[in-house]
Design a protein around this ligand. Structure first.
Ligand code: PMP
Length: 390
């Protein structure tokens, strides 16, 4: 709780949420030298050149004004084609889509568009750190459901049933998951869909890592039978297209909900950055080959890291997607926070303690493998050396 004199002006809601636990480690790591960071959740690639160039050209041509609130119509049409081509789901570019400032804003306006005060949102943990706070900020109540390494961090349908109350409105899904890398298969999603339908839930499906899956064909939740009109699909350009700094994402879904989201967007954001929208258009039209290349590189690095961690005796389920591994550190006897702090101090390797992602994240740390092979190899040597000292 902030106790400066001006804190009396703060809302109770904002005071009830905590700053992100990841930040503290970044701040600590950035004050030290020779640190290898496996902490950040973003690609190590620079955005492909043709995408950067498309943005330059748009500026040269004078496209410096606002776009339509929902985003450039050309971009929305391309997103519509992309969703159909890649995931087999059809959305109208006219009224079932909003281009947003990252997937982050899409999540925010989705929650604000659907929640009444006190309504509950099931958040599958370990989870991306923004879900619970954004639910709270939207007036809702986050209800954590824990998943465990024994189940490969897969949500079991009966866990949803057990968490449901008469206030439950939304289930938040994230596949591939941050931080576990778990991908839900078509069968997993179909079993979840049965419960969703039975209890008349709405799903917010964060599929920002959908392009980065390594083992099985990917199934998008709205592509599951009867789920399209119960799902707000969240995605964006940050991960697959290496565009985190461009701040561009999108949401697709049933017209009534997307138009409500657009209402919030037009009053609070106006539109996503115009030059980034031109870049995104190029990414969708000509970027798939780069996505494939980057994905292959992540796949190789995934093998390197899993193999090295297993050799050290840190057991690790094989993450089917994203660019994270989430090994168990239980055998060290340290909490995830102690592990991350001591590893940083002794060997200058930054990882994220699993506890910041929810209760069932404890006993694990998140390592991002979106960094160079050379740095990964050195980080693995350092972690090994650290383990020997325990
Ligand atoms: N969802 C998940 C699961 C993420 O990991 C992230 C980024 N770490 C986001 C959403 C936000 O992405 P964006 O950069 O598009 O806001």
């Amino acid at each position: 709780m902030i106790t400066e004199p001006t804190s009396k002006y703060l809302s109770n809601t904002v005071q009830s949420i905590q700053p992100s636990g990841i930040r503290r480690f970044f701040d600590l790591a950035s004050s030290m030298e020779n640190v290898i960071s496996l902490g950040v959740g973003e690609p190590d690639f620079v955005t492909p050149w043709n995408v950067i160039e498309a943005s330059y050209h748009s500026l040269e041509q004078g496209y410096t004004a606002y776009t339509a609130n929902a985003g450039l119509f050309e971009l929305r049409k391309e997103i519509s084609r992309y969703m159909k081509r890649r995931f087999g789901v059809t959305y109208s570019a006219e009224d079932e889509m909003v281009v947003t400032v990252g997937a982050s804003q899409a999540i925010d306006i989705a929650l604000r568009a659907v929640l009444n005060p006190g309504e509950e949102v099931i958040v599958v943990e370990p989870s991306f750190v923004s879900y619970a706070p954004t639910v709270t900020l939207a007036g809702g109540i986050p209800v954590p459901v824990n998943t465990y390494s024994e189940d490969d961090f897969k949500l079991q349908p009966e866990q949803i049933e057990a968490a449901i109350t008469d206030k439950t409105k939304v289930l938040m899904l994230c596949s591939p998951n941050n931080p576990t890398g778990t991908v839900l298969s078509k069968g997993d999603l179909e079993r979840i869909a049965e419960v969703v339908e039975k209890h008349d839930l709405l799903v917010i499906s964060d599929e920002i890592y959908a392009e980065l899956t390594y083992d099985e064909p990917y199934t998008s939740f709205p592509a599951v039978k009867n789920m399209r009109d119960r799902t707000i699909l969240i995605s964006g350009f940050s991960k697959a297209f290496a565009m985190t700094g461009w701040r561009l994402g999108f949401a697709c879904g049933p017209k009534a909900i997307l138009q409500a989201m657009l209402k919030i967007h037009q009053y609070t954001m106006m539109c996503a950055p115009t030059m980034a929208q031109h870049a995104a258009l190029e990414a969708l039209v000509n970027g798939q080959k780069d996505v494939v290349k980057m994905k292959e590189s992540y796949r190789q690095r995934r093998s390197l890291v899993i193999h090295a961690l297993e050799e050290m005796g840190l057991s690790c389920h094989v993450p089917g997607g994203a660019f994270y591994v989430f090994p168990s550190i239980e055998k060290t006897g340290l909490s995830s926070e102690e592990f991350a702090e001591q590893l940083l101090m002794k060997e200058q390797v930054a990882v994220v303690p699993g506890s910041v992602f929810g209760k069932s994240g404890e006993g694990h740390v998140r390592c991002s493998y979106a960094t160079s092979v050379q740095k990964l190899e050195e980080a693995m040597r350092r972690i090994d050396r650290f383990l020997q000292t325990l």
